[in-house]
Design a protein around this ligand. Structure first.
Ligand SMILES: Cc1cc2nc3c(=O)[nH]c(=O)nc-3n(C[C@H](O)[C@H](O)[C@H](O)COP(=O)(O)OP(=O)(O)OC[C@H]3O[C@@H](n4cnc5c(N)ncnc54)[C@H](O)[C@@H]3O)c2cc1C
Length: 380
């Protein structure tokens, strides 16, 4: 077959843009395709920022991946001349009746020294904008912050292009198939051959991997942005930090105001949806809940609302990502199910996908992310 490209990457969101960059950096002939433009607001990777930290709520296997990601984000910043990673620190308020799944995460992060517990007096002195409710503890992680998410994707795509990657935008992939030892990708505009295919389609992944019956679901998320009524407490420029709240009202996350972007807050829950049918309208009650939570635990963070938006998270049944060779086709790699925690790992996921495509294996420990771990799927 006419393998004009060594690798085709379908989906240039967080993961695909990073994969395309790492492939181009290694000198591979790579074609990256997306049906929208880098940094668009239709998938899982928009809304100004994403949290990054070294500790993990999940399995320990994520810790080395986070470590590597910090290094790779800094390297990208240097190459692109962009400030992408803002190290603000992070406060986590946990109610004792909060998510029991997090207990192990708390213990591990304290034992391994990622986080420290702050008593009420120390919290009030260091972070006067944060209120500890009854029955709550505060954990602080200094090595945490946020990434500018759209800028991260644009930087990966631009750097890939500068290293010779071919980038096709506004082009929808409608089918892919294996063809002998290679692959063929059909789009609304054309047909392309390659030795290897990487599928990084985010919340659209199920459409490309239907045969595998992977146990994944897409969920709608709502974010609200507020200009802080007390910017001296709630702007990055004045030392404000990221926050996680596991409180009786639910699980929330957010970032302080930076530049003209207000304080952002989101609820870590939402209705089941699909990438094609998501409800983009947002009820006032959804924003009122976000404002109430800010007012209760982070007074001064909410003022006039400046923006509201929806986004999508894709969850596997065990909450862990999928990064693997396609179980039925060696010449195809897949990366999906990145939940509400995937963005920070994008550069290391890109590195791993480049390894899988060019070398057939990776030195990173990714066994726990295998597609074959799901007993009920078609790939067990
Ligand atoms: C509200 C919210 C908050 C989050 N907060 C955090 C956080 O604080 N920290 C963190 O680390 N993670 C966070 N996450 C999770 C993280 O953002 C996602 O896990 C990650 O961005 C997923 O990236 P992706 O590349 O898999 O998907 P996407 O970035 O959505 O990329 C998929 C791409 O594939 C393209 N595509 C799909 N189908 C086709 C097709 N047929 N043809 C052409 N192109 C196609 C799409 O256009 C899209 O560009 C959050 C997610 C949400 C929604």
């Amino acid at each position: 077959m006419d393998a004009a490209f060594e690798v085709i990457v379908v989906g240039l969101g967080a993961m695909g843009s990073a994969a395309t960059y790492h492939l181009a950096k290694r000198g591979a002939r790579v074609l990256g395709i997306d049906m929208f433009r880098p940094g668009h607001d239709r998938g899982s990777s928009h809304g100004e920022h994403r949290m990054i930290r070294k500790s993990s709520f999940q399995l320990d296997g994520y810790v080395p991946l986070a470590d590597r990601s910090f290094a790779l984000w800094h390297a990208l910043e240097a190459e692109a001349g962009q400030h992408l990673l803002h190290r603000t620190g992070e406060i986590w308020l946990v109610h004792e009746e909060g998510n029991p799944d997090y207990r192990a995460g708390i213990e591990t992060s304290l034992t391994r020294g990622f986080r420290v517990v702050l008593g009420e007096a120390e919290l009030a002195e260091r972070f006067p904008g944060v209120r500890l409710g009854d029955g709550m503890i505060a954990l602080y992680e200094a090595d945490a912050g946020f990434l500018r998410c759209e800028a991260g994707i644009v930087s990966h795509v631009e750097q890939a292009r500068q290293r010779g990657a071919t980038i096709h935008l506004d082009e929808e992939v409608v089918a892919w198939s294996t063809d002998g030892a290679g692959v063929r990708v059909e789009t609304r505009q054309g047909s392309y051959g390659a030795d290897h295919l990487i599928l990084t389609a985010g919340p659209w992944s199920e459409e490309h991997l239907r045969d595998l019956r992977l146990p994944m679901q897409v969920e709608r998320r709502v974010n609200g942005f507020f200009r802080p009524s007390r910017p001296e407490l709630w702007s990055v420029e004045r030392g404000a930090l990221d926050f996680l709240l596991d409180v009786p009202e639910g699980s929330f996350y957010g970032m302080p105001a930076v530049g003209d972007i207000g304080v952002k807050i989101g609820l870590s829950a939402g209705e089941r949806t699909t990438a094609r049918t998501i409800r983009r309208t947002i009820d006032d009650a959804e924003i009122a809940l976000l404002r109430d939570v800010l007012d209760r635990y982070l007074p001064g963070a909410s003022g006039p609302e400046s923006r509201r938006m929806t986004c999508m998270c894709t969850y596997t049944v065990d909450g862990n990502f999928i990064i693997d060779r396609h179980p039925a086709h060696d010449q195809v790699s897949i990366a999906c199910g990145f939940s509400g925690r995937g963005y920070k790992f994008a550069p290391v996921v890109g590195e791993i996908l480049a390894d899988l495509a060019l070398l057939g294996a990776t030195a990173h420990e990714i066994g726990f992310l295998s597609a074959r771990r799901f007993a009920q799927s078609a790939v067990a």
